[in-house]
Design a protein around this ligand. Sequence first.
Ligand code: SF4
Length: 317
Amino acid sequence: MTFYWGNNRRFNSWSTYAQNKFGNRLQKISVNAGFSCPNRDGNISYGGCSYCNNEAFSPLYCSKTNTSITEQLNEGIHYTKKRYKKVDKFIAYFQTYSNTYAPIEILKEKYKEALSHPEIIGISIGTRPDCINDENIALLQELKKNHIIFLELGIESCHNKSLKRINRGHTFEQTKKAVEILSSKDIHITGHLILGLPGETREETLKQAGIISKLPINSLKLHQLQIVKGTKIAEEYLKNPKDFNLFELDEFIDFVISFLERLSPEIFIERLCGDVPPRYNLGISWGNLKYDQILSKIENRMEEMRTYQGRLFNPSQ
Ligand code: SF4
């Protein structure tokens, strides 16, 4: 069966789209450009988001000090080529902290260093909704003339009570504004969302599929809440685990399928769950399965259920 997005996968997979558009598998290579974050340096707060431990989410080579972007890309590309034989197209992923939060000359220098690498065909920039401004949008538009540019935006939740609970330091209204501006400038937006935040019922978490579908975003990365060592949320969890409703693997598979069913079929799916290294995980273990193994389970379950992304999507709701 061929679905709305033109192939037989049961969700609108970003990697399948990218493979068709750019040829072979397109792989993002994480880099740490040494940026900061306004939610950590005191501009918004000193505490940071309560779940944040950048070390846990970044490859080891990104944590070395004094390593240039070029050196990190060399190392990341070398490792990726060994792991995935068919990969030959690479995007530099500015992943660590807030990668539009610096004077414009610094941003220009860092992005251009990545783009000048002979094996890099574009950049993906991770940032916060409140770190988008006219100046950095103009820079992205300029770079977009000759390169692939993606902007990854930490939405994390559509519910202000949850954003407050995790100390994000911005509201969902700010997210909507940033998304509208970026979209009006034709910049590809990948939203990030955390499923299962404390204080949210499953119904409230699920309702976000409809809310997200109304935003003019292009792609989505979903993560289940993971309790990462060294974070504020880990302290809260250890003090009061009953306050949390973490997903067991089987429950998550069914939940994320329900989410996909309610999501617009037009949104590309870049990721369906997080896979923090087991040594950092303080919450529920999913048996140390790798991302691709969990993805297969989700796709097999969708096959069994004969369901697909957008099956219950209602554009008028
Ligand atoms: S998650 Fe992102 S925005 Fe939040 S504290 Fe960490 S780097 Fe800053």
